[in-house]
Ligand binder design. Sequence first.
Ligand code: ZN
Ligand code: ZN
Length: 392
Amino acid sequence: METQKIVERYTEEMTALRRHIHQNPEISNKEFQTTKLIKEKLTEYGIEIAEIGLTTGVVGILRGKTPGKTVAIREDIDALPMQELADVPYASKVEGVSHSCGHDIHTTTLLYCAKVLSELKDELHGNVMFLFQPAEEKGSGAKQMVECGFTKVLKPDVFVGLHVSPEYPAGSIGLKRGPANASCDMFHIKITGKGGHGAHPENCIDPVAISGFVLSQLQTVISRENHPVYPAVMTIGSIHGGKAANVIPDYVEMGGTLRSLNAESREAMQKAIERIVTSSAEAMRGHGEVNWEIGMPPLVNDGEVIDALRAAAEKTIGADHIITVQNPSLGSEDFSYMFPEFGPGAQFRLGSGNDVDPNTRHGLHNSKNVFDDTCLPVGTTVLVQFVRDFLQ
Ligand SMILES: [Zn+2]
Ligand SMILES: [Zn+2]
């Protein structure tokens, strides 16, 4: 039977399940009830659960009729620590927590991939791994799953997944070859001087003046050092020093984020930031240091996997519902800890906006955004078709 016909039969129950998850969101690494629900559903669908020592999150395994390759489908399950302000009857029941990144849709889509593929297992030559990932919003969940060794249970030959996109209409998907999301590193700068009376700078080393200089010099990292064809962004989002107008403080602290679509330019910019901070501070008699929180690598979609997703979508939702995405996003996505390191992969965008309700267009991480959940069968259909084609 055609994939979309099989999936369509579940549209109503998918919607109900998604709204239930939406009403009961849980923040990163606290997805206990969501994990319990996923395990119950997978067991009901006859999916094996691999115990790899995850506190939250689930790895489900479906073995087809005969041995063969393994497709890993990965979705994230966590919510955000923000109050939902969307006016929907199924709004979050948890104060200060909401699925404003649409991971409730991701979780439901993956559960129904498991259900439908389990029904189709006699036609599959190979295996499907269902990776329900915790803590994407913290940027650590994919790494946690890798460290728990899910690739040792079964070695995936390909990774696929989706992320909702309010900018595209529900019913469509967006495909982007190559770089799709940026790497994300955080850095903390401390400029130390010598504090004292504001009337006697000659007895002090002023970290505020040094910080002003460092801040402006850092702007040259992207404008003067980074290759202009490699998109990157650096933002210093916090700067704190001193408490009184007539006191020179001992130190100033700054915090920032560095994002890049290219591994080499990322490394070069990290080095440039350190060089500028330490050398500029030294030139002004102070001391500068940088501490890094190295985050996820850029997400780079494999061209062949994107082509296979396109073929699956053409067969099911039709070519006029496929959007070729031109620009990458400088936002990050920790799926990049899984591919290409453990196999080729791609993530597509699942349209969740519509032209009737402007509230569907606010965007991700916006407390008022409404996700058009008619996208549920669309995402499930494309993923199921991809697996059917890959394991034929
Ligand atoms: Zn998010
Ligand atoms: Zn997200």
